[in-house]
Design a protein around this ligand. Structure first.
Ligand code: NIG
Ligand code: FE
Length: 402
């Protein structure tokens, strides 16, 4: 007789274990052992066992949602910039005038770790209430060693204190801090020679990210950051082609990046390079919407090339104050032409792939983490259909309902 810790029954499952459909199992059962899925299939085929059986009482179970791109740790807020943008000011102009990312840096440097933890917890609770069980959290509002370290320590604490799987990224190459004005290469020296080595040594960064853009860093500067990351065995990813085309995604592909993110201005050649490199395209509809962007990311081309497309909240105080990943699924469908199936793939298997967790998260499959959500819906497509509402009935991380 197999030994399970808990067996869940009473739901249909969208396992997302297939690349081409929901991987549906009607009237399914999931057996959990040591936080992992030990058995999954139709309840009628469940082997005899002695474990506690929990009936979830109907609805659909999907893998827990993976939010693979967030900046949830930050000080202050930028609602005044939001008001300025509504009056016609633009994101790049605000950034060039000393607002934008750099203004959040001032507030993040001032904030204590405890203040950062409390405010980030509230945001994370919001995302979790809407189905997130796995999240990536970036630094990038410190831009000095002490504050980048403070941010990633806070991120690690979030992962320890809340029931969520959490991955961190060092985003020291996010913007040029005030004290380095006119000396961007000297700041990149600091990132490569001090910040990345120190965070890597402390085990605080799982990956290294950057912002390749006119208002941030050039391809050549980001390449130096990538070399430093690889020297410390850290995988890379990039914010690229958000406001213009600099070719950052081509660089990301050359460095076998986990993902290249935003991509409104992605060139065809770079899309082809991403496909060859296996780099995930992370689509961020919240930033597109909040910045009133009109250039659409080349979704049809990415689809044709077979580039896995993830969807994330990009939760941050400037371009995307987003606390619902389901709302991003809806926007990806309505604004970018995703199908509801692609949207769910984007926040499960492809989101996990973008974090290097494609072999352990984002699918309901034997051996994978028993992270799942039971939704109060009749069809999986409802996950990108409803805007708002409370669809989560139960949420389990490592097999425990939380
Ligand atoms: O992903 N593009 C760069 N970074 C963030 C925005 C950060 C901010 O405005 O504070 C983004 O959109
Ligand atoms: Fe971002």
């Amino acid at each position: 007789m197999p030994s399970f810790d808990t067996v869940y029954v009473g739901f249909n499952a969208a396992t997302m274990a297939s690349n081409s459909d929901y991987g549906t199992i009607k009237d399914a059962a999931i057996a959990v052992k040591n936080g992992h899925i030990e058995w999954i299939g139709p309840a009628c085929d469940l082997p005899e066992h002695k474990a506690t059986t929990v009936n979830l009482g109907g609805g659909w179970v999907t893998p827990g949602l993976v939010d693979c791109h967030t900046h949830i740790v930050f000080g202050g807020d930028r609602s005044s910039e939001y008001e300025m943008r509504l009056q016609g000011a633009n994101y790049e102009a605000i950034a060039k005038a000393g607002g934008g990312i750099v203004s959040t840096v001032v507030d993040t440097r001032k904030a204590s770790a405890q203040q950062l933890l409390e405010s980030a917890k509230k945001r994370l609770h919001g995302l979790m209430a809407d189905g997130v069980t796995c999240i990536e959290v970036k630094s990038g509002y410190g831009l000095d060693l002490a504050t980048e370290t403070k941010m990633l320590r806070v991120a690690r604490t979030l992962g320890e204190e809340l029931s969520v799987t959490l991955r961190t990224s060092c985003l020291a190459a996010h913007a040029l801090p005030q004290e380095y004005q006119g000396r961007a290469d000297a700041y990149i020296d600091l990132v490569c020679d001090e910040i990345i080595p120190s965070l890597a040594k402390a085990g605080l960064a799982d990956a290294v990210d950057g912002f390749c853009e006119g208002i941030a860093f050039s391809v050549a500067q980001i390449e130096r950051v990538f070399k430093a990351a690889l020297a410390h065995n850290l995988p890379v990813k990039l914010h690229a082609e958000q406001l213009s085309n600099l070719g950052g995604s081509g660089l990301a592909a050359r460095y076998k990046a986990l993902s290249s993110d935003h991509l409104e201005y992605l060139s065809d050649a770079d899309a082809v390079a991403m496909a060859a490199a296996g780099t995930v395209a992370v689509i961020l509809p919240g930033a597109f919407f909040c910045l009133k962007e009109t250039k659409l990311p080349p979704i049809q081309r990415l689809r044709e090339l077979g580039v896995p497309m993830a969807i994330a909240s990009d939760c941050n105080p400037g371009s995307a104050p987003v606390l619902s990943l389901r709302l991003m699924m809806s926007m990806a469908c309505t604004l970018f032409g995703f199908t509801p199936l692609e949207a769910l793939q984007g926040v499960t298997r492809h989101g996990a792939q973008a974090l290097g967790l494609g072999q352990s998260h984002g699918q309901l499959k034997v051996g994978y983490a028993a992270d799942f959500v039971c939704w109060d819906i009749q069809q999986p497509a409802e996950l990108s259909y409803w805007l708002g509402g409370q669809l989560v009935k139960h949420r389990a991380v490592a097999g425990q309902i939380t």
